[in-house]
Design a protein around this ligand. Structure first.
Ligand code: 4NP
Length: 158
């Protein structure tokens, strides 16, 4: 079908949450029925947490909303992801720029911001919750929820 890659910095907070929420919506749409399935993944532009489970605070915040992301493991963005994924979706401008810097000429401009999928929202970044308190995780998930719903709408249109 198509392929979607969510990108943040550490791949232990925002992008695994986006992957978890988007995967649920994709299942509900029948896009993961076993035939011509959508491919969904998340990565970090930094490599500190490769192989690690999502941050416990994010696992807990997601669990409260009914999502289990405990099985996900950190992965670092790779050049091959430009070819492997049709939609490369960054959580903030900084990570969008990180991807852009790595992009070969044929892939310039590929990374789009998650919040650009939310109609009428001028905010560009899903703030990094890593160094903040519990509120940060909730705000982050509210934004991600709106963003991934917009991604579903966009895919349905195309
Ligand atoms: P994320 O949050 O990009 O949403 O996964 C972060 C996780 C870890 C770090 C930074 C951001 N870190 O610097 O280790």
């Amino acid at each position: 079908m198509t392929s979607v890659l969510f990108v943040c910095l550490g791949n232990i907070c925002r992008s695994p949450a986006a992957e978890g929420m988007f995967t649920k919506l994709a299942k509900d749409k029948g896009w993961l029925s076993g035939v011509n399935d959508i491919v969904i993944d998340s990565v970090g532009t930094g490599g500190w947490h490769v192989g690690k489970a999502p941050d416990q605070r994010m696992q807990d915040a997601m669990s409260t909303r009914g999502f289990d992301i405990s099985h996900l493991r950190g992965r670092e963005f790779s050049h091959s992801d430009f070819d492997r994924f049709e939609h490369i979706i960054a959580m903030d401008v900084s990570n969008q720029a990180n991807i852009e810097r790595m992009a070969p000429p044929t892939h310039k401009g590929r990374a789009r911001l998650l919040l650009s999928y939310v109609e009428g929202l001028s905010q560009t970044d899903v703030p990094d919750p890593y160094y903040g308190g519990a509120d940060g995780f909730e705000q982050c998930l509210d934004l991600i929820e709106a963003g991934v719903a917009g991604v579903v709408k966009d895919i349905e249109k195309s």
